[in-house]
Design a binder for this molecule. Structure first.
Ligand SMILES: NC(=O)c1ccc[n+]([C@@H]2O[C@H](COP(=O)([O-])OP(=O)(O)OC[C@H]3O[C@@H](n4cnc5c(N)ncnc54)[C@H](OP(=O)(O)O)[C@@H]3O)[C@@H](O)[C@H]2O)c1
Length: 349
């Protein structure tokens, strides 16, 4: 089979190689999956560069989320260790309400088990982390409903406890996790201000449902947020960018506001002044969504059910801006890292 592999760290377009590789064999508790669609995420570039919190052995295949078809079930995954998020969800995985692992032939979304990533024809996933792919979404959209939307949901509801009528400020609002946070903020009844880089992304953010859009290249973010909130500031900030985005956020955060630190796409990790947080009564909340898979897996399953329902109602729909064949994966990862894409670019092998 064909898969992209990384043999050394560097820029994605330099170190990702499309190769003929042996087909993976599912181990205990794993599923062998045919990749139908794999969404490109910023961490794919960090993996290539050796800058991600996980450093798989070489060679590895990037691609951290996918929608796929189950081809085979490994030993130990046959005894009901698998997905349980089926009770009241729109289920195309042949597992309705049973608590069993997805059946061979069913359509699932999952995070691949690195070093086997999603940018190949087949891969391996942990049976316990495979979820039924929502029927309301096509393969590319379903692949993109996972990490970005789970992260957005945990950030807004579990960490920031957002309330209807509050103002949510989303940085990189036209990007992958940002576009998901915009839709989830609107679904939660918030007023959403989106910050983007450039007029084309501003158009995308408006299309996603932002009530106010701020172009960080031409507008004064702090002044725009204050103007849009009658001087009060944003109640919740969703920040996947860090650096200047964070610096601006603390200047327009509301009394008892909550800033959720989601990522550092700018490459700059902020060093917050805790005296400032004290003086202005705001909270700085960290979020590493992946930890919930081990710390509170039931909450991840419940979130998937919620997202499936929202997708069925049309309240959320991942923005798939580009669909590329397997050949286009390295270039797509590079462009996401360079900050020039919107929504999700999805690889369809
Ligand atoms: N905490 C978690 O659990 C978690 C989960 C998933 C992802 N993340 C993190 O979330 C971040 C976003 O991931 P994503 O896949 O959704 O990417 P993305 O938002 O689609 O791409 C990054 C965006 O950041 C903005 N940006 C601002 N300054 C930039 C710079 N100097 N270089 C590149 N981009 C810049 C750009 O949007 P504008 O030009 O419009 O500003 C760019 O499109 C990443 O840091 C990722 O690691 C965290």
């Amino acid at each position: 089979m064909k898969a992209w592999r990384v043999h050394r760290n560097g820029e994605p377009r330099d170190v990702m190689r499309l190769e003929e590789t042996p087909e993976p064999e599912p181990g205990a508790g794993q599923l062998l999956v045919r990749v139908r669609a794999a969404a490109v995420n910023f961490p794919d570039a960090l993996l290539c560069r050796g800058e991600y919190q996980v450093r798989p052995d070489f060679p590895f295949t990037p691609g951290v989320e996918l929608c796929g078809e189950v081809l085979a079930v490994g030993e130990g995954a046959e005894n009901g260790e698998g997905t349980e998020d089926t009770a009241d969800s729109t289920d195309s995985a042949g597992t309705e309400g049973t608590g069993e692992v997805p059946a061979v032939g069913s359509r699932v979304l999952a995070q691949p088990a690195l070093p086997w990533g999603g940018f190949g024809e087949q891969t391996l996933v942990a049976a316990e982390n495979a979820r039924p792919a929502p029927e309301a979404l096509d393969d590319a959209e379903a692949a993109a409903l996972h990490i970005g939307y789970q992260t957005g949901w945990f950030a807004l509801h579990r960490r920031a406890r957002i309330q209807p009528g509050e103002t949510l400020l989303v940085h990189a609002a036209a990007g992958g996790v940002g576009s998901a946070a915009v839709q989830l903020g609107k679904a939660a009844g918030a007023r959403v201000i989106g910050v983007v880089g450039g007029p084309a992304k501003a158009e995308t953010a408006r299309g996603l449902g932002c009530d106010v859009v701020v172009d960080r290249r031409s507008d004064d973010i702090v002044a725009a947020v204050k103007e849009a909130t009658g001087g009060r500031g944003a109640d919740v900030v969703y920040d996947p960018v860090g650096g200047d985005a964070y610096t601006k956020s603390v200047k327009c955060i509301a009394f008892e506001g909550r800033i959720v630190v989601v990522g550092f796409a700018s490459g700059a990790v902020p060093t917050p002044g805790l005296n400032h947080a004290l003086i202005k009564n705001y909270s700085i909340l960290g979020l590493h969504w992946g930890l919930y898979n081990t710390r509170d897996p039931e909450a991840v399953r419940a979130c998937h059910r919620e997202l499936t329902d929202l997708a069925a109602k049309g309240a959320v729909k991942p923005l798939v801006s580009e669909r590329v064949g397997l050949d286009g994966a390295a270039e797509a990862v590079q462009r996401v890292f360079d900050g020039i894409t919107t929504g999700r670019v999805v690889v369809e092998p």
